[in-house]
Design a protein around this ligand. Sequence first.
Ligand SMILES: Nc1ncnc2c1ncn2[C@@H]1O[C@H](COP(=O)(O)OP(=O)(O)OP(=O)(O)O)[C@@H](O)[C@H]1O
Length: 234
Amino acid sequence: MIVIEDVMVQFGGVRPINGLTATLTAPVAGLIGPNGAGKTTLLNVLSGFVTPVRGNVMLGGQPLLAMTPLQRVRHGLRRSFQTEQVVEDLTVRGNLKAIADHVVAAPDRHEAIDEALTFVGLGALGDRLGQSLNLFERRLVELGKCIIGKPKLILLDEPAAGLTEEEGNTLRELILRVPAEFGAQVLVIDHDVELIRAMCKETIVLDYGKLLAIGPTGTVLAHPDVRRAYLGEL
Ligand SMILES: Nc1ncnc2c1ncn2[C@@H]1O[C@H](COP(=O)(O)OP(=O)(O)OP(=O)(O)O)[C@@H](O)[C@H]1O
């Protein structure tokens, strides 16, 4: 469960997050909003790259904001980025080891990496270099990195962007299995409303840094303010 209390982020005169209070409990939750709504900034607050001027964030009952990004990773926070972060001159296994080294005890690392590779279907590609991977394989490596070492919360920024429909569906099915199989909550940012509808039981909508709506995804997407602000309806 993520609890966000009165969070404000200020960059000069801009407030990309402006007094946001919200609690997300669904195993797979969605985060949507128009361009510039503050979605990426909220992910940056959760992962520790942006420090709010005020507010509080709790993950699994523990306050996050006092932790460094690495402490948050050790506390169970994982993140994938819009542009995937696969290291080109490491193998697939090496990419997973880079995170396992921080979050899994040495004797258990090999098994944790094998488990993640098998889950994402890259068992046969463990020795391939990052630079030889296509976009879908890179997304799978990213997801593999996210599930290593008892994650509590996985933040996915547009996980299916640029993938074919079939690849997107495969990734979606894997993401939906994560809460039950790895015990982590997943928060997905995406502009694809149908993807959010298909994946997320609960959705939060931001608009200019403020909460526009939160609740069951179907209810939220039918909300007149959301349809106006986000879906462009009058
Ligand atoms: N480092 C920064 N300095 C100044 N302004 C920033 C900074 N980062 C973000 N902003 C501004 O904060 C606002 C929210 O940006 P953010 O990237 O969080 O929105 P977003 O909802 O993720 O948008 P998109 O869907 O386009 O990725 C925008 O007006 C943006 O220009």
